[in-house]
Design a protein. Structure first.
Length: 353
């Protein structure tokens, strides 16, 4: 967080439970520890405007209420008002980052956080309260650090969030960018049978069911690409294919070929995507191999990939150059022009005497 922040919390036997965050910022970055103890719990409604009244008084009666900062300043009573700031809750919350050693989140922790867009967390959280993201319809990105050999909470989080999602999946030594389509359930009455049937719309549920117990299965996810091709937009399917090829953690050969075939069919659209959206999917895991920066690394990957060689023509490169000019990207225009001359050198004129 960029602004001064104060947390209201209580000390537990083995950790700390945070009840509220006070700040003028709109992003909540919960600390990893307070008073030398790990933050292990977030209270119910911790970021919701509906936190039940009287919680402060109840904690004061048991002498467990604390106010403090991540820098170590502790107040057993009410901290100075100029330091306390505003409650970061409800529609003020735009992003949340959870501590790595967190074990439990209380019920409805982010209830009706209408503007919440991004959540960062560790997969090792074992107790997620009911209705965690109820009313959160604008979450579009998750950043999850996967704890190996430990039950993962990712599946439960994905099921809570039914809208279209982009997930930065990180594990020791690896990274994947995963897209999950939207889905919703509709109750349909079968009058003759006197039963209520549930119909699922969208392919998102299929992609969210790629887990063996709690562990994410990349092959299952990749096998479901045909759902994205048939039920989602071409732009969504293309971004999914590019994301898996750029960050191929757990990608098997058969699935790689399927993704490459789709990109070949939409090669010009892939170039346009990198022009418009390339910065959004940038990751150090990709930049380790391509260091040109400024979006050139993605075009280097496109033009150097042998799988796409057959579809690259002078006319296609000319069209990409035109689009880069319209987007006012002179560095990409220059790069594409150089590559066109390298790949398709013009033959010099000859004269016969």
């Amino acid at each position: 967080m960029t602004e001064a922040e104060v947390f209201a919390y209580e000390l537990l036997d083995q950790g700390v439970r945070i009840w509220r965050c006070f700040s003028y910022d709109k992003q909540v970055e919960f600390p990893g520890e307070l008073e030398g103890r790990p933050v292990t719990e977030l209270a119910a409604y911790v970021c919701s405007a509906h936190l039940e009244s009287g919680w402060e008084e109840r904690l004061r009666k048991t002498d467990r209420l604390r106010y403090g900062t991540r820098e170590g300043q502790v107040y057993k009573g009410q901290p100075p008002l100029d330091l306390l700031g505003m409650e970061v809750c409800g529609s003020r919350v735009e992003a949340v980052s959870l501590p790595k050693k967190l074990e439990k989140i209380g019920k409805y922790a982010f209830y009706n956080c209408h503007k919440l867009e991004r959540v960062s967390f560790s997969s090792g959280i074992q107790d997620l309260g009911a209705g965690l993201f109820t009313g959160c319809h604008h979450v579009r990105e998750l950043d999850v650090e996967v704890v190996r050999d430990w039950p993962s909470c990712l599946r439960q989080v994905l099921t809570e969030l039914t809208e279209e999602l982009r997930v930065n999946y990180r594990e020791p030594g690896g990274y994947a960018r995963l897209l999950f389509p939207e889905f919703y359930e509709e109750g349909v009455e079968n009058t003759p049978a006197r039963i209520l049937m549930t119909q699922v719309h969208g392919s998102g549920l299929h992609f969210r069911n790629c887990f063996l117990e709690t562990q994410f299965q990349f092959p299952w996810y990749d096998e479901r690409f045909f759902w994205a091709r048939s039920q989602e937009t071409a732009a969504f399917a293309l971004e999914l294919a590019l994301s898996r090829l750029l960050y191929p953690l757990g990608l098997e050969e058969k699935s790689r070929e399927a993704y490459e075939a789709y990109v070949k069919e939409h090669f010009l659209e892939a170039g346009t995507f990198f022009l418009e959206e390339g910065q959004k999917i940038r990751s150090p895991y990709f930049q380790e191999r391509y260091h040109s920066g400024g979006g050139l690394d993605y075009f280097s990957w496109l033009l150097d990939n042998k799988a796409f060689g057959q579809v690259i023509t002078p006319e296609l490169l000319r069209e990409l150059i035109g689009q880069a000019q319209k987007k006012q990207r002179p560095e990409i225009v220059s790069y594409l022009m150089d590559r066109r001359h390298q790949m398709f050198p013009q033959k010099g004129r000859s004269f016969a005497l």
